[in-house]
Design a protein around this ligand. Structure first.
Ligand SMILES: [Zn+2]
Length: 111
């Protein structure tokens, strides 16, 4: 579900919530809020693109792939290979197996 950022529409009275930009999780189909849920003062949605919350696992594995890419950039192919190899044991990450093999080769391992 997307997260939207809201801020007070005016600089008048503000409560603790709307004194700063705050985030609201809403369905795409939900109408935008126009008043603060705490103090009912007018608020407006910031134009920033909504962020979508990724499930914890997907987020975690993305981080692993980023780490693999970082090792590759630094020429640390054995590190990249080991990480990709370990990660590729997960059923949704089997595509990393090939990458691990390539990195192993680049690292000088012979298969
Ligand atoms: Zn408020």
């Amino acid at each position: 579900m997307p997260i939207y950022e809201y801020e007070a529409a005016s600089t008048g009275r503000r409560c603790k919530k709307c004194a700063l930009t705050f985030e609201v999780i809403q369905r795409l189909s939900d109408p935008p809020l126009n008043s603060c849920p705490e103090c009912s003062q007018g608020i407006r949605r910031k134009i920033s693109r909504p962020r979508v919350i990724l499930p914890g696992s997907a987020r975690g594995t993305d981080e692993i792939e980023q780490k693999v890419a970082e090792y590759e950039r630094q020429g640390m192919y054995s590190h990249a290979a080991e990480l990709a190899d370990k990660e590729s044991e997960k059923p949704e990450k089997t595509h990393l197996k090939e990458r691990a093999m390539e990195d192993y080769k680049k690292a000088g391992y012979d298969f």
